[in-house]
Design a protein around this ligand. Structure first.
Ligand code: AMP
Length: 180
């Protein structure tokens, strides 16, 4: 099962991707999560990606494609993957077609999650993450329990200004994938 979750930042790809991964028994490959781990670990990849991420810009395709190739080689991904936040450009989508074809794999479906921009800004400004578990909360809709409330953090790129820029990047670079 190879499934792409397409949608603007904050549309719910991460949440639905985790549920689907569990249900279907294949790993979720979330390029944003992989990059955030690299930033936290201070690896070369993290150093390279950080300035793009903090500015709400896309990390260059060659970097992303290297990550995805590696993630797909993992044992757990032999029978498939749920792609969350990838592909984000037509170039990445074409490359994914080649990667899958080279290995005799096929894409089963693309799910497009459509959410109005105002709802996205509201969701993302209230989004908080528990750095210890990666669990994602919302201050109003899904408040962190008292035991973790003190340690949840806001992603640096979830400020209102950066979210608006990320939505503009989505419209320009990623929305054309719906047609593609
Ligand atoms: P996300 O967690 O999916 O919202 O991704 C957070 C940030 O990581 C994005 O704003 C980009 O800077 C970077 N990123 C994640 N996935 C990709 C991708 N497929 N292509 C380019 N940049 C990405």
């Amino acid at each position: 099962m190879h499934l792409i979750l397409l949608g603007a930042p904050g549309a719910g790809k991460g949440t639905q991707g985790s549920l689907l991964a569990e249900r279907l028994g294949v790993p979720k490959i979330a390029t944003g999560d992989i990059l955030r781990l690299a930033v936290r670990a201070g690896t070369d990849l993290g150093l390279k990606a950080r300035s793009y991420m903090d500015a709400g810009e896309l990390v260059p395709d060659d970097v992303i494609l290297g990550l995805v190739r590696e993630a797909l080689r993992a044992d757990a991904a032999r029978t498939g993957a749920i792609f969350d936040g990838f592909p984000r450009t037509v170039g990445q989508a074409r490359a994914l077609q080649e990667i899958l074809a080279d290995e005799g794999r096929a894409l089963n479906a693309v799910l497009a999650l459509e959410v109005p921009a105002d709802a996205i800004v509201e969701r993302m400004s209230g989004r908080r993450t528990d750095p210890a578990t990666g669990e994602v909360y919302h201050l109003r809709h899904n408040p962190p329990p008292p035991a973790v409330a003190d340690r949840v953090i806001q992603r640096p790129d979830d400020s209102v200004e950066t979210v608006r820029h990320r939505l503009a990047v989505y419209d320009a670079m990623t929305a054309p994938l719906v047609e593609f």
